[in-house]
Design a binder for this molecule. Structure first.
Ligand SMILES: [Zn+2]
Length: 92
């Protein structure tokens, strides 16, 4: 009888150890992929606003659908293209 109790206790210990290891790994995984927290402080907020102000408008090419900076646009027939090659293609 004592042998059965010993083995049952051993099995429970092993299960408990495995479950705690899994929980630990999940916690580590969640911390790794959690979104970076909002930067605290006024300076960080200003830096973020500057990045947004410097961001350039993106346009989509009427031929290939790629997004590119608006400053590189090639306009033809009232539409925006990513390059002169796509702008001059017939029937686009
Ligand atoms: Zn294109």
């Amino acid at each position: 009888m004592s042998r059965i109790i010993f083995w049952l206790a051993l099995v429970f210990l092993v299960i408990f150890a495995i479950r705690s290891k899994i929980r630990e790994a999940q916690k580590r995984h969640q911390q790794q992929f959690r979104e970076p927290q909002q930067p605290a402080g006024r300076a960080a907020g200003q830096a973020e606003a500057r990045v947004v102000a410097e961001a350039e408008t993106m346009l989509q090419c009427a031929h290939c659908g790629i997004f590119y900076p608006a400053s590189e646009t090639v306009q033809a027939r009232g539409r925006d293209y990513c390059s002169a090659a796509h702008a001059t293609l017939p029937g686009v």
